[in-house]
Design a protein around this ligand. Structure first.
Ligand SMILES: [Zn+2]
Ligand SMILES: [Zn+2]
Length: 394
C-alpha cells in the first residue's frame, strides 16, 4: 500500500487521525441503512479497512464483515464487536451532516460504534508488532432486528476466540463517562402471541356464540399477575401486551381475538417460567369461557451476561484512560451482543456521548468529542485483554 494511505496511522495523537475519524463518523451518519440492507456501509467499511492494510476474512456474510489483526504467533484471539445498522426514523436534527437517506437515521449511534471500532482497528494495526495475539473485529449487521449476531455466529467468525467485547453509546451521560456492571446489563427480549378462538354470532344473540373478546380481555388482565404473584419482588421482569385486534364492526361478535406482546427478564429461570404461565393462563381462561387459546413464543436475545473478571479488566483500562466509571443497573431493553455471551466470556460497556435526546429519538445526537477517547479505549482494552490471556497461559 502507498505511504499516503497509512499517513494518518503514523501518529494517533495528531489531529489528522482525529479528523479522519470525525470524517468517517459523519460519512456513516449521512448514509444510514436498515438491518440486513447495510450494503453500502459494508462496502465503505471494506474500503476503509483496506486503506489501513487490515485483513478481511472471507466469510459468507451478505452484509457486515469480519476483519482480523494478527499479532504474536500462536497468541490468543479476542473479538471486538460493533453493530452497523440504522433505524426507519426521519432525522430531525440540525446537524450539517444530517442523514441523506430519506426516512432512515443512525438514531441508535451505531455510526459511533462503527467509527470507534474501526479507529481502534487502525491503532491496533499501527502497533501490530507489539500485539500479544490476534484481534478479530466483528462489524455485525442487523442489531436492531435482534438477530444479526446469530448470522455472525453461524459463520466461522468466532473460531478460536477466547473473549469478546462490545459497546453501546449512552446519551444520558457526558463524554468521558463509561458505564458497566457484572452480570446482565440488558434484558432478554422475547415476544408472544395469543389467538383466542370462539364462535362468531349476531351481537343480539350472544347465547348462540362464544365471545373471544371477553375471554381475551380476561386473559390480558390475568397476565398482569404473572410478575406480581410469581417473580421474586427484587427480580425485575416485564409482561406487556402491546397490540390487540378483534372484530370489524359493532353488531357482530367475532370468531377470533388476537393479541401480542413482549416479555423482558434478566435471568433464565424467570425466562422459562413466564411463557409457561402465559400459556397456562391463556388456555385455562379461554376454556373457562368455552373458547380456545393458541399460544406462540418467539425467542429474542437473552440477557447480556458480563463476566466478572473481564468487567474488572474493562474498568481498570477505563480508569487508566481517564474515564469516569459508573456501575450501572440493568436496563430492560435488549442487545443482541448477548448471543455471543452465551458461549464466550466478555463484557459490554456503555460510553457517554453527551447528554441529550434518548436513543431512537429523531433528535438523537452524538458529541463527536467522544470518538477520540472511545477509539483509544477499545485499542487499549484489546491489548490488555491479550496480555491477560497470555498471563493465564504462563
Ligand atoms: Zn437501537
Ligand atoms: Zn443500538
Amino acid at each position: 500500500m502507498t505511504q499516503q494511505n497509512v499517513k494518518f496511522l503514523e501518529n494517533s495523537e495528531d489531529t489528522e487521525f482525529n479528523k479522519k475519524m470525525k470524517d468517517i463518523f459523519e460519512y456513516f451518519h449521512q448514509r444510514p441503512e436498515l438491518s440486513y440492507e447495510e450494503y453500502d456501509t459494508t462496502k465503505e467499511l471494506a474500503k476503509l479497512l483496506r486503506e489501513g492494510d487490515i485483513d478481511i476474512l472471507d466469510l459468507p456474510m451478505k452484509t457486515g464483515l469480519v476483519a482480523e489483526i494478527k499479532g504474536k504467533k500462536g497468541g490468543p484471539t479476542i473479538a471486538i464487536r460493533t453493530d452497523i445498522d440504522a433505524l426507519p426514523i426521519t432525522e430531525e436534527t440540525n446537524l450539517t451532516y444530517k442523514s441523506k437517506n430519506k426516512g432512515k437515521m443512525h438514531a441508535c449511534g451505531h455510526d459511533f460504534h462503527m467509527t470507534t471500532i474501526l479507529g481502534a482497528a487502525y491503532l491496533l494495526k499501527r502497533d501490530q508488532k507489539k500485539l500479544k495475539g490476534n484481534v478479530r473485529i466483528l462489524f455485525q449487521p442487523a442489531e436492531e432486528s435482534s438477530h444479526g449476531a446469530e448470522e455472525v455466529i453461524k459463520t466461522s467468525a468466532l473460531d478460536g476466540v477466547q473473549a469478546i467485547f462490545g459497546l453501546h453509546c449512552n446519551s444520558d451521560w457526558d463524554v468521558g463517562t463509561l458505564g458497566i456492571n457484572v452480570g446482565p446489563v440488558t434484558a432478554a427480549v422475547d415476544r408472544f402471541e395469543v389467538e383466542v378462538t370462539g364462535k362468531g354470532t349476531h351481537a343480539a344473540h350472544p347465547e348462540l356464540g362464544t365471545d373471544p373478546i371477553v375471554a381475551a380481555s380476561n386473559i390480558i388482565t390475568a397476565l398482569q399477575t404473572i410478575v406480581s404473584r410469581n417473580m421474586h419482588p427484587l427480580n425485575p421482569a416485564i409482561v406487556s401486551v402491546t397490540h390487540m385486534e378483534s372484530g370489524h364492526t359493532w353488531n357482530v361478535i367475532p370468531e377470533k381475538a388476537y393479541f401480542e406482546g413482549t416479555v423482558r427478564t434478566l435471568n433464565e429461570k424467570d425466562r422459562e417460567l413466564i411463557p409457561e404461565k402465559i400459556k397456562m393462563i391463556s388456555e385455562n381462561i379461554a376454556e373457562a369461557y368455552g373458547a380456545k387459546a393458541n399460544f406462540n413464543w418467539y425467542e429474542g436475545p437473552p440477557a447480556t451476561n458480563n463476566d466478572k473478571d473481564w468487567t474488572e479488566v474493562a474498568i481498570s483500562v477505563a480508569k487508566k484512560d481517564g474515564y469516569q466509571v459508573k456501575i450501572i443497573s440493568p436496563k430492560m431493553g435488549g442487545e443482541d451482543f448477548a448471543y455471543y455471551q452465551k458461549t464466550l466470556s466478555g463484557t459490554f460497556v456503555n460510553i457517554g456521548v453527551g447528554k441529550g435526546e434518548s436513543l431512537h429519538s429523531p433528535k438523537f445526537k452524538i458529541d463527536e468529542l467522544a470518538l477520540e477517547k472511545s477509539t483509544k479505549y477499545f485499542k487499549n482494552l484489546a491489548e490488555q485483554a491479550l496480555i491477560v490471556l497470555n498471563s493465564k497461559r504462563d
